[in-house]
Unconditional design. Structure first.
Length: 398
């Protein structure tokens, strides 16, 4: 019998397997992935930022795991030659009314021990990002970027070398547990394991007996890319001040490790959990969304923002208008359509969107229920936490 089966081969699952082996390298581990390759979804369709931890409520799971995970990720990248680059990040206030929020965020950053942090004025900002206009900004000089897919490739190599079996094209249909073992059913095979860890990202709620208390609602994030003659005008990461009512960070400019600059992502309700294009519709996913009372309550609260996001998604010039608030020299010709990703956003029955990571344990099964951004940054810390949780009650024979 296997010791641990993990569902999904995204960064959270792979980092958890890595941390399990750090504790006990004799464990028999299997990873079941529905796709033919690892990490085709959130883990490889993101902004590639190693987040500083500034945004999260002090002592929340996000704050703790982001700070610890960032250190672990950087150590891993240094040890295994995965390229990282220090580019720094500015969070800017372009309007007077945003300055109070900026100062509150600055204080939170200091509480969260995010490393070097400074409140700067528009002249200091010009020295860092000459083409960005703002009244004030927070400057985080040590923020780094990475290509998370490179981390994933390295993890897969290391895990396979340590005897972990990664089985692709194995879509898990059902999991349930008996006293001392759990059963995992795929289309092809049935597996037995002492522990099961559900890291299935956009589908993690499907394996939880939740009595419809919560549900994943998919939000697509679409990116544009700056044309090559404008990409060198941005040195690092430029974020607007976040609206504290929403979990998303707002459309920002992100220098990628390959040198491109991405603009985005927005946040559009997706009609399919893996709906990377406007035309992607899954009847099952759509019916599930529409039947969930929490969706309607969330929509009643946020319909204005939702409609605006849709409007901006349909018209490039509206997207441009928001970007030129930060970078006035941009023109419509500077933006070309780029990739998109879909975020797994948990919504509760009352329409609220919980802002923290959520893990649940049910007998021998651990569910990673909510692991949105910064879960890529935090993956090794989340992995360590889950590994300890799994092994604390795992009878090990050696
Ligand atoms: C647009 C966007 C930008 C982001 N930017 C950042 C960023 O800059 N920095 C950061 O730290 N975080 C960022 N994030 C968040 C981060 O990417 C995710 O939180 C993280 O990748 C979640 O990883 P995961 O392993 O939980 O999920 P996933 O990567 O989605 O992996 C889940 C895996 O489970 C598999 N699976 C699903 N169902 C089944 C099944 N039934 N059987 C078998 N396998 C299954 C899927 O195929 C997939 O491979 C961003 C996210 C998005 C969408």
């Amino acid at each position: 019998m296997t010791d641990v089966i993990l569902i999904g081969a995204g960064i959270v699952s792979l980092a958890t397997a890595y941390e399990l082996l750090e504790i006990n390298n004799n464990l028999k581990i299997k990873i079941l992935e529905k796709e033919c390759k690892p990490a085709l979804h959130q883990s490889s369709r993101n902004s590639g930022v190693i987040h500083s931890g500034i945004y999260y409520k002090p002592n929340s799971l996000k704050a703790k795991n982001c700070i610890e995970g960032k250190e672990k990720l950087i150590q891993f990248a240094n040890k295994y030659d995965v390229q990282i680059k220090k580019v720094g990040k500015v969070i800017i206030a372009t309007k007077d009314k945003q300055i109070k929020l900026l100062k509150q965020l600055f204080e939170r950053g200091k509480k969260n021990n995010v490393g070097k942090i400074e409140l700067i004025d528009s002249n200091q900002l010009k020295e860092i990002e000459p083409y960005i206009r703002a009244l004030k900004a927070i400057w985080l000089p040590d923020v780094q970027i990475i290509n998370y897919f490179e981390v994933i490739k390295k993890l897969v190599t290391l895990l396979c070398r340590s005897g972990v079996e990664i089985l692709y094209n194995h879509k898990v249909l059902k999991i349930y547990s008996h006293d001392k073992e759990s059963i995992v059913e795929t289309k092809k095979q049935t597996f037995k394991s002492k522990k099961v860890i559900n890291c299935s990202g956009l589908f993690s709620d499907r394996f939880v007996e939740k009595g419809k208390k919560f549900q994943i609602i998919p939000f697509r994030g679409e990116y544009y890319e700056l044309n090559s003659d404008k990409k060198n005008l941005i040195n690092g990461l430029v974020y607007p001040i976040k609206d504290p009512r929403f979990p998303f960070l707002g459309v920002h400019l992100t220098k990628m490790i390959c040198g491109k600059v991405k603009a985005g992502p927005n946040a559009i309700l997706a009609f399919s959990r893996e709906g990377y294009h406007r035309s992607d519709i899954s009847i099952r996913d759509l019916i599930e969304i529409l039947k969930f009372p929490g969706f309607w309550k969330m929509s009643a609260k946020y319909w204005k923002v939702g409609l605006y996001e849709l409007y901006r998604s349909c018209f490039r010039r509206i997207f441009l208008r928001d970007l030129t608030e930060m970078m006035p020299c941009l023109t419509i010709e500077d933006l070309k359509k780029s990739t998109s990703g879909v975020r797994a956003q948990i919504v509760l029955k009352d329409g609220n969107m919980p802002d923290d990571f959520i893990f649940e344990r049910n007998n021998n099964i651990i569910h990673v229920i909510n692991a949105p951004s910064p879960a890529a940054t935090a993956a090794f810390s989340i992995g360590k936490y889950i590994a300890n949780l799994a092994l604390s009650k795992l009878p090990i024979n050696n």
